[in-house]
Design a protein around this ligand. Sequence first.
Ligand code: ASP
Length: 595
Amino acid sequence: MLRTHTCGELRAEHVGATVTLAGWVHRRRDHGGLVFVDVRDRNGLTQVVFDPDAAPAAFEAARDVGHEWVVAVDGSVRPRPAGQANPNLPTGAVEVVASALRVLNPARTPPFEINREQAVEDGTRLRYRYLDIRRQRMQRNLVLRHAVTAFIRAHLNARDFLDVETPILMKATPEGARDFLVPSRVHPGRFYALPQSPQQLKQILMVAGIDRYYQIARCFRDEDLRADRELEFTQLDLEMAFAEAGDIMALNEDLFVALVAAVAPQLRIRQVPFPHLTYADAMERYGTDKPDIRFGLEMVDIGPDVAGSAFRVFADTVARGGRVKAIAAPAQFTRREIDAFEAFVKGLGAAGLAWLAFDADGAVRGSVARALAAPEIAAIRDRTGAGDGATVFIVAGDAPVVALALGRLRGELGRHLDLIDPGELAFLWLVDPPLFEWNAGEARWDSVHHPFTSAVPEDVPLLDTDPGRIRAQAYDVVCNGYELGGGSIRIHERDVQARVFALLGLSDAQVQAQFGHLLTAFEFGAPPHGGIAWGIDRTVAILAGEANIREVIAFPKSLSAVDLLTGAPSPVPARDLAVLGISVVASSPPDATDA
Ligand code: ASP
């Protein structure tokens, strides 16, 4: 090695040792006739002192080095002079007195400073990702990410799971997104698809007798990017034969609990065992299937209190089957704040935001304080549990709009009132979601999870009569308002699977072309099985306290789906396309990806 120690290693016990360190120039100070250089690697940094009397050549060399140059330093370890030890630095008790300095590689002036935490524009960070990753935040996040995947592997290996790789070049695997296609050169006009997940192959592995499978798998979905999405992401993918939903949830719950204790012990899990919440309950109380239950502010149905109201807006909504729901917040708000909340819910499609404020002296104020009758207001207060000084917010409209608008307002209020403890992890299992949802545009049913999910056994007869009421044997794991992932007990009987495909509007020919391999496999002795997949990116982000998954991915794409470091996607020479039998009929302007 070109070094004897890392830059984070030297302690008082090394005093007197002759060492060689190698790393980046983190900081340089000329001070009192001496030059001080902090040399950094990913293990830490060490102060090196250059003394013109002791080592004139090294001193001269040290005066020339700039930030981020790569250097090697020979020297001896000595205690820092009295009063100059740095208790905040692991190596802070000592310094290295240099006898020689070698420049291994000079560096251009970096476009942003590496040696202090400072906000840098996202595009610049991604374009110079290697410099960004040198910074403390990314170093910490990548170390954590490694700890997470290493822990998961060890935990599952110890429980007899087999890590099996599945191909990246595959047949389309529907998970509800668009596929990335890869043209075949050998078979012009045919395409592989990048897997949206290894779903079908892990089920086929169950048929193959690999009764406990996992993989830390890359998945590809060609979707419009949002702050919490990437074109490719990593998930823990897992499948078990002869297991029921409860077994899979218990196994993963144990894994989460052990993982947090091992890699993020500063965080507290709110409740173990994780609470189970039905999909219906979650929608009713939180307006979302991924509620943040670190705080209350639950939604309450006040339809019964206003159904007969003279205030037509509410009464009519109830009469035509809509919902009138409320949240009681234990606080008073200014008009400006309320106007901002109203603009917020209107942005989500709500017609408006009604409110009632209950003053401590018994007075009632608010946009509907006069429109509603006193007994109605009293009933609303009673049902929402609004105390003195509380404000009740009300949204009326169609169920989905009320759920969305009031559900999001709940989150806003939680943040606004500082009700969310960032040190807490509120895991929950969301259970009993519907198996299908009606796709009005295409006049057919869609799978809510994916088409391989089985129904709750007692709901199976509804396949013929009322598919919309069938509950799935599916479960999502939710944490702090994020859906980390989900899974299900699968259909393992050929005929049931075929009936589901038919309900989804697939013709026999389509089923044969897309899923023939799976149905055939099920004819050769398929065990009952189920599994789950959850996002490594989001899990690490939550454990790291990062809001954006790009902070825990070494080389993410930008929001416009561009790899700013390499410039992908990029045009390819015409002859490369010709070999594939492809001609481009539409292309982006030359620099669309250079931005
Ligand atoms: N394949 C599913 C997904 O990627 C997870 C599962 O059902 O195991 O969302």
